[in-house]
Design a protein around this ligand. Structure first.
Ligand code: ACO
Length: 379
């Protein structure tokens, strides 16, 4: 038998067969169920995209209306969940709060029968619908406001912004956030989706799967980069400072957040759309100096590292858009999580169509037959 070969980060190793989404990293193509992301961003909306991802096809008008109603009916959270969230330290990160909220949400529901697709689907809809409420509630409670029930909003973006700010959002804010949700809804076998599939393969329920995926997304090499991009743009202090800042960054060998991707070797197609959204927002509400800094930074990084396939990823422009929508910086990664919930759970359902427990091998690098030394004789 030949020794197994370690591939760090499992780069390029297929972990599952999936019909949910497709990426061509060289051509910069992303498609959900065969539909290109640019087309979905322009013509679809988050609820329709969720239906597409879960069902594998676009809904009819009446199916979409029913689906919207199913989500709206599941948006509220139980008083016990609100109470749990209100007991959390106010200065903690909302991604940790979200994991608590998802666990609490599970505890208010009947146990999911993971062998029963209808029982699983009920939990899937509940998670997609109620996660925006958890995130908005965490934010409200932290600011000293009370829980605001999701009574307003015909879609997730509108409901989320209403709960977050206590007032109906403008049409452009709602449409922009809705489009951001579409862009983030699914993305093949990334770290958090893999985490969801691994946890799902143990026959754990959807709430636990969602919480595990949130944990994986939180890391700065994954979804946590969006928050750090904005912090870096602020720290740079203006477009004219980019050159000096980037030279210093290069000297320390640090990575520039919002650049690079395991699969894309060109600019992330979602970054193009986010840039368009930013432009539309700026036209309506005025630009931000951070955008000019971002454009300069993109030029500097691509001039230096572009030939190594390092270009802006989805996290590079999303923070600029969210900031313009008045969303606090540490809510950026939770928003990514709420939009990605559908992708994680579609993979969970797909995993269960032909489940086999994930149990990879390792290459042991330790010693064998270590001698036992009684504790009193150890130096
Ligand atoms: N800035 C500077 N150099 C980079 C960057 C970056 N953002 N990304 C990769 N590199 C360099 C590395 O330093 C490394 O150089 P070396 O070969 O000289 O050591 C080389 O490119 C390969 O880097 P890896 O991290 O091994 O490449 P991988 O394919 O694993 O990277 C990753 C993907 C983790 C996303 C990486 O590009 C990165 O850390 N980017 C910054 C964090 C970020 O923006 N994450 C969000 C990704 S999108 C998402 O998850 C939603």
């Amino acid at each position: 038998m030949t020794d197994p070969v370690l591939v760090p980060g499992l780069a390029g190793i297929p972990a599952a067969k999936s019909s949910i989404s497709f990426i061509d990293g060289t051509a910069g193509i992303l498609a959900y169920r065969g539909h290109r992301i640019e087309v979905l961003a322009e013509h679809s909306n988050y609820e329709e995209t969720c239906f597409l991802i879960l069902e594998g096809r676009l809904p009819t008008a009446s199916e979409l209306e029913t689906f919207r109603g199913e989500l709206a009916a599941r948006r509220g959270i139980e008083p016990a969940v609100v109470q749990t969230l209100s007991s959390l330290p106010k200065n903690g990160h909302p991604m940790n709060g979200l994991q608590v909220g998802l666990a609490a949400l599970a505890m208010t529901q009947p146990k999911v029968d993971v062998k029963d697709p209808a029982s699983v689907r009920e939990a899937v809809l509940h998670l997609i619908a109620a996660t925006p409420t958890l995130i908005a509630t965490l934010e409200r409670l932290r600011c000293g406001d009370d829980y605001l029930a999701p009574t307003e909003g015909s879609n997730s973006a509108e409901a989320f912004l209403y709960m977050l700010n206590g007032e109906a959002p403008s049409a452009i804010a709602e449409r922009t956030l809705d489009c951001c949700f579409v862009l983030h809804a699914e993305h093949t076998m990334n770290a958090s989706t893999f985490a969801a599939r691994v946890v799902g393969s143990t026959e754990s329920g959807p709430y636990t799967v969602a919480s595990s995926a949130v944990g994986a997304l939180y890391g700065p090499l994954h979804g946590g980069a969006n928050e750090r991009v904005l912090q870096a743009l602020e720290a740079i202090g203006g477009a004219e400072q980019v050159e000096e800042w980037y030279a210093a960054k290069r000297d320390t060998g640090g990575k520039v957040m919002g650049f690079g991707h395991r699969v894309y070797k060109t600019k992330d197609p979602r970054a193009h759309t986010l840039q368009r959204l930013a432009g539309e927002l700026f036209e309506a509400h005025g630009s931000t100096p951070l955008y000019d800094t971002a454009l300069e930074l993109e030029k500097a990084v691509v001039a230096d590292l572009g030939d190594r396939g390092i270009h802006p990823n989805v996290d590079f422009f999303s923070g600029i858009v969210y900031q313009k929508l008045g969303i606090p910086t540490d809510a950026f990664t939770p928003i990514f999580a709420l939009a990605r919930m559908v992708g994680w759970l579609a993979h969970y359902e797909e995993q269960h169509q032909d489940n086999r427990l994930f149990r990879p091998a390792q290459i042991y690098t330790g010693v064998h037959d270590a001698p036992w030394v009684p504790i009193e004789e150890r130096g």
